[in-house]
Design a protein around this ligand. Structure first.
Ligand code: UDX
Length: 456
């Protein structure tokens, strides 16, 4: 089947590569000419395990092509996926200018019947607005075009995007046109083999399903982070509580890991957008607002703890940082807790020496050559002479470090852990001041200068 995909960001490129892999004839279009030229040469600018290889295989097999030419892209596919960015606008609502620009291109250059698929996360009602917009444009130009809109939200997770697309939990199709939905079923047949994962619903339900999924997940995280704060202050241990509640299958173990807050390209943006949608619709958004507020607070937690530990005296100190990406297996630093932390430390006069297995280039791109940030080549290289080690991302490589080395290299044996990687009692026995999230035990250690440090 001939498919066009607009937007070669995360969602578009992964979708394109996976569709080409099963034999669809995929043409990708992006307004960024430099990016298209790189992709034509098999160079993939985003880090996602297996993606670069899959793109190169698709290109070599002739199933995957890239263009900068809107007319060529529009003429290609019987089905056209819109996977362009929808960043938050100034009022918290999604900025849909990219989505509408694609729709205008289709109205202008297409003459054969076409199914337009919303792949980007777009506010409820966007499908209807797109339809009206295209109809108005056609009426204006006196052109006829048979088109229909289908919502097909994407649920991939960065870091496991290929697997999520090849073996989706569910494939949501929203629309009113049965023939179009049947064609979509055919396109997705290779991903729907063992049991039917396709759920058809109306356009607006499909649009809202995507927000509901992400906001539910964000709610779980803010919930556990709020309980973590309670646990911390009451001398309880959130790690025991997490297991205790996760054992109930109605709650489950997934997505209740406490931490230094959620980040990334989806949760923060989607919560804001759904609050905005709810307000526009005259509905309550109090729960969503609380989820966002708890997360904003959580992202400040590591800094506040550091600030309290040094009694506000941060000027001239250096902090070793493990983890820049918003989560492991990605180089993405959008809304990453590490950024909030680093920026607060800098504002307080401290410096940061950081290591991340994948996000170093991204940090360089964001912060340039800032003398307050030194990017080092190994986890160990950030340690010598630093006042403390801070952990923002739970990469595998940080999970079993050489604690003796850490103790020897740091100016004082202090770890602030935003991901609860270590056992507080074990670290206490080693004489390390260890501060984790929601672990009362880790806070009972004496402060420096006030009492003895526990040793083996
Ligand atoms: C998310 C959704 O999972 C995906 O379905 C959707 O399509 C896009 O948004 P992604 O942004 O890639 O995917 O990241 P995800 O793995 O969901 O993690 C989001 C954030 O939540 C990360 O910052 C992560 O560290 C944090 N998180 C996750 C927690 O703090 N605790 C948890 O238990 C789980």
């Amino acid at each position: 089947m001939k498919l066009t995909i607009f937007g070669t960001g995360y969602v578009g490129l992964v979708q394109a590569a996976v569709m080409a892999e099963v034999g669809h004839d995929v043409l990708c279009m992006d307004i960024d000419q430099a990016k298209i030229e790189q992709l034509q040469q098999g160079q993939v600018g985003i880090y996602e395990p297996g993606l670069a290889e899959l793109v190169r295989e698709g290109v070599a097999a002739g199933h995957l092509r890239f263009t900068h030419d809107v007319a060529e892209a529009v003429q290609h596919g019987a089905v056209q996926f819109i996977a362009v960015g929808t960043p938050p606008g100034p009022d918290g609502g999604a900025d849909l200018s990219g989505v509408f620009a694609v729709a205008e291109g289709i109205a202008r250059h297409r003459s054969e019947p076409v199914i337009i698929v919303e792949k980007s996360t777009v506010p409820v009602g966007t499908g209807d607005r797109l339809k009206a917009h295209i109809e108005a444009q056609l009426a204006h130009s006196g052109k006829r075009l048979e088109f229909t809109i289908v919502s097909n939200p994407e649920f991939l997770k960065e870091g496991s995007a290929l697997n999520d697309c090849r073996r989706p939990d569910r494939i949501i199709l929203g629309g009113e046109d049965e023939a179009a939905l049947d064609l979509m079923r055919e396109i997705y047949a290779p991903f729907n083999r063992n049991h039917d994962r396709i759920l058809c619903m109306n356009l607006r339900s499909a649009e809202l399903t995507k927000y509901a999924a992400n906001c539910m997940l964000a709610t779980k995280i803010s919930f556990i982070n709020q309980i973590a704060e309670l646990a911390e202050n009451l001398g309880a241990d959130i790690e025991a509580i997490r297991k205790g509640i996760g054992a109930d299958p109605r709650i489950g173990y997934h997505f209740i890991y406490p931490g230094c807050g959620y980040g990334g390209s989806c949760f923060p943006k989607d919560i804001k957008a759904l609050i905005h949608t709810a307000q526009e619709a005259g509905c309550g958004s109090d729960l969503l607002q609380a989820v966002e507020a708890v997360n904003e607070r959580q992202k400040r937690k590591l800094f506040q703890r550091i600030h309290a530990y040094y009694q506000g005296d941060l000027k001239g100190r250096t902090f070793a940082l493990w983890g820049l990406a918003f989560k492991p297996n990605t180089d993405d630093m959008r809304d990453a807790p590490s950024r909030e932390l680093m920026e607060s430390l800098w504002a307080a006069g401290a410096k940061v020496r950081a290591y991340d297995p994948e996000a170093m280039a991204e940090a360089q791109r964001i912060y340039g050559h800032d003398e307050r940030l030194a990017l080092m080549g190994t986890p160990e290289a950030v340690l010598p002479g630093a006042d403390a080690l801070v952990i923002c991302t739970e990469w595998q490589v940080f999970k079993a470090p050489d604690f003796e080395l850490i103790k020897r290299q740091l100016r004082a044996p202090v770890i602030f852990d935003g991901r609860n990687l270590y056992d507080p009692q074990r670290l206490a026995r080693k004489g390390i001041h260890y501060f984790a999230i929601g672990r009362g035990e880790s806070l009972q250690l004496p402060l420096p200068g006030r009492a003895r440090v526990l040793t083996d």
